[in-house]
Write a protein that binds this ligand. Structure first.
Ligand code: ATP
Ligand code: MG
Length: 434
């Protein structure tokens, strides 16, 4: 036998029945986006490396060590598999002058790539839902984006405060960050002996990211560091206050986490994360914030923007953890055929049922003809279908099919093939037996 090839480490196949949970989640996301007036956007998975270096910042985890970058073997262009969705979204709206007629609310669903150490909730190919609002400066949009994530949690059966909780912060404006940065560097220099190697390296290039350290030995130090919030001016505080007020008015509990800085350099003003304590170290399910400078930084006409990204693997793990199941994808009916059954009649009848919206699975014949009735009934049962449609050759010759209930123990009945559409109609009108 030829050697089996395997997937790349940290990159997962998503197969049935697991894929049904993904489709269910994606459906919920699409319904949510429709309700809030967000339109779908699809951008390439490969982008010029420079987009992420310029967009995310050179001294970030992603750009320093997590990107899948390579050279186009034909022309030597430097390319990167997208590690996140915001930079590509901004590139696209700039390239198409997409804010020409005013602000836009957009969303995407798709794979992202980061060269990290794979573990539960952390993969090298993972999937994000992202929402980006471009062209609106007011705090109401920040609040709307957070409220819609809260609505998604409710739609999925997650309890806010228990399964997921909201942390928010304000990063202020670049000048305010500059003043804070100077104070922070001074503080960290005074405590240089307590810094780990990574923190020392970032001390002058990106000291704010030191506050985001996962090193337990540095927690006390970062806890006592100068807080950016104390450097915010009136306008930044007012913006933050308006977001908080909107959350309170909507009854969404939150915690101000003054150490929340997020991984990318492009954020300003509002930042937020939805965190859970049910997934170990991979506790952030969704994160986002404002990035008013990014559009201009990537060569577009200056315009404010705000968005979030949600990790679908983590969200699905969390749902599994608390026992939320996706609704069944079992067929309504399972069709069986026997030696001598005229297949064209069966196929035509199933088409009539499917055209009415009935989900029907046909047991396909092998090269020696249909499987034994026993093994077909076993499959029918395992499929979760409510009915078996038994197309025996004698019945079909009389224009009939036997309908055998599989779930609720009812009597087997006989259905005229010519009446299939009416039967389908009545079936779909009945409440689903669980
Ligand atoms: P973390 O701190 O866990 O590394 P992050 O700050 O790098 O997360 P973001 O860049 O904000 O994450 O991405 C948004 C969301 O995407 C995260 O909150 C998380 O749910 C998910 N995510 C990020 N990296 C991964 C990964 N390697 N595997 C699976 N999900 C991920
Ligand atoms: Mg990360």
């Amino acid at each position: 036998m030829a050697e089996k090839l395997t997937a790349i480490k940290g990159m997962n196949d998503i197969l049935p029945p697991e894929s049904a949970r993904w489709e269910w989640l994606e459906d919920k996301v699409r319904q949510l986006m429709r309700r809030y007036g967000y339109q779908n956007m699809r951008t390439p998975i490969v982008e010029p490396t420079a987009l992420f270096v310029r967009g995310l910042g050179e001294v970030t985890d992603i750009v320093e060590k997590e990107m899948y970058s390579f050279e186009d073997s034909l022309n030597g262009d430097k390319l990167t598999l997208r590690p996140e969705g915001t930079a590509g979204s901004v590139r696209a709206i700039n390239e198409h002058n997409f804010l020409y007629e005013g602000g836009k609310r957009l969303y995407y669903i798709g794979p992202m790539f980061r060269h990290e150490r794979p573990q539960k909730g952390r993969y090298r190919q993972f999937h994000q839902v992202g929402a980006e609002v471009l062209g609106f400066a007011g705090p109401d949009v920040d609040a709307e984006l957070i409220l819609m994530t809260a609505a998604l949690w409710r739609d999925l059966g997650l309890s806010i405060g228990q399964d997921v909780s909201l942390q928010i912060n304000s990063l202020g404006q670049p000048e305010e960050r500059k003043a804070h940065r100077a104070a922070l560097i001074t503080y960290l220099e005074e405590n240089i002996d307590q810094l780990d190697e990574e923190a020392r390296r970032r001390l002058h290039s990106n000291p704010l990211r030191i506050l985001d350290t996962k090193n337990p030995a540095m927690q006390a130090l970062v806890e006592a560091a100068p807080k950016l919030i104390d450097f915010l001016g009136e306008a930044s505080l007012a913006h933050f206050g308006a977001v908080k007020f909107a959350l309170e008015a909507a009854g969404i509990p939150y915690q101000v986490n003054t150490r929340l800085v997020r991984g990318m350099d492009y954020y300003n003003l509002t930042v937020f994360e939805w965190v859970t304590d049910k997934l170990g170290a991979q506790g952030t399910v969704c994160g986002g914030g404002r990035y008013d400078g990014l559009i201009e930084q990537l060569g577009g006409k200056p315009a404010p923007a705000v968005g979030w990204g949600l990790g679908m693997e983590r969200l699905l793990l969390l749902l599994q953890e608390i026992g939320v199941e996706a609704p069944s994808t079992a067929p309504d009916a399972y069709a069986m055929v026997f030696a001598g059954t005229p297949m064209p009649v069966v196929l035509a009848t199933l088409e009539v049922l499917r055209a009415q919206g009935v989900c029907v699975q046909l047991h396909p014949a092998g090269k020696d003809g249909p499987a034994s009735p026993k093994s077909q009934f076993k499959k029918a049962d395992a499929s979760g279908a409510r009915f078996a449609l038994v197309f025996g050759p004698d019945e079909v010759a009389q224009g009939l099919v036997a309908v055998k209930p599989l779930r609720d123990g009812g009597e087997q009945t006989s259905l005229q093939l010519a009446e299939a559409a009416g039967w389908a109609h009545r079936l779909l009108a009945q409440p689903q037996a669980s």
